[in-house]
Design a protein around this ligand. Sequence first.
Ligand SMILES: CC(C)(COP(=O)(O)OP(=O)(O)OC[C@H]1O[C@@H](n2cnc3c(N)ncnc32)[C@H](O)[C@@H]1OP(=O)(O)O)[C@@H](O)C(=O)NCCC(=O)NCCS
Length: 340
Amino acid sequence: MELSTERLSLRPWREDDAPDLYACASDPRVGEAADWPPHRNVAESRTVIREIFSAPETYAVVLHETGRAVGCIGLLRGDAGYIALQTDEAEVGYWIGVPYWGRGLIPEALRALVNHAFDDLHLATLWCCSFTENRQSQRVQEKCGFRYVRTESEASGRTIRISRLDACDFRTSRNDRLTLRRADERDIDLLHTLADEAFTATYRELLSPEQLVYMLERMYAPETLRRELHAGFAWFIAEADGTPCGYVSVERQAERLFHLQKIYVLPRFQGCGVGAFLFRHAVDYIRDLCPGHGTMELNVNRRNRALGFYQRMGMRRLREGDFPIGNGYFMNDYIMGLEW
Ligand SMILES: CC(C)(COP(=O)(O)OP(=O)(O)OC[C@H]1O[C@@H](n2cnc3c(N)ncnc32)[C@H](O)[C@@H]1OP(=O)(O)O)[C@@H](O)C(=O)NCCC(=O)NCCS
């Protein structure tokens, strides 16, 4: 695997990097910060490359400009790190040679590694540990979105500062990562794919498998979606960094009455603010169409956890009912309302 940034490539170490490694790692200031002794000769650097830097997800930080290895960055898994890691977690480690300090190279490398960890390896959390006096490293972590968790004292007397970055925060913490667009007929297949994942995950435990398939096909069949789009239902798709992550649809039922038909977030994006983002945009859309006063209603299965979400969004329970949907199936719903 090789990762590339504007100024760097991150690639596996090779034994012929040993002289470059020695040039950086023989300076005691580097090892001091990372807690290893300075390398004494090129042969020792070669051994480190062979025995330590050969671990998976360990990269030489190579300058495009010179082709030289100037630092190291990687992901520690299992019990290889300082922290006790879960299987979907890793600890990041990095250093760069002294002549290259202060040029923003490690933040650039770390951003690429973080993208890779979440997007390709699908990790849930990254951790980072540094000595408390290492302000430079803390800045790197802050720049890349890591948040302080705690400090721990080591037997040696030094104090370790621990920070973490969750996939969820990474995906959506910055609002500019989330965008919304109005769906049209070209999105029918995409909506079906999103629903296949989000709808199925939602109702797997609430409905029988037969009813689930029946409802999915009834609500998301291409002809149904096409008909709704033509009838003026407004469908919106949320994207996080360009990746579709959820959708919402709204129907105008009367001059001042709207129905929020659907709001679904892909499971791995849930709890990250995407639902609130979709909900607020749907309400803004409706209120633009209907200034003054109006009502938005929706149906929610009485056993669906989304009920708590709707209450958090300011909706209240108006009534309940069991609604036949064909084939002997019912939707056992609360009707929620929001008025303005
Ligand atoms: C319901 C759903 C749309 C919410 O979206 P989400 O992205 O998970 O929610 P958010 O992260 O935006 O949460 C927004 C707020 O609601 C709160 N919230 C979310 N789910 C909640 C729940 N089940 N109970 C109580 N509060 C909840 C969050 O804590 C957050 O509060 P905060 O603003 O104080 O931090 C999403 O979880 C989902 O797609 N669920 C499955 C599909 C579904 O049930 N759709 C509704 C069909 S009727």
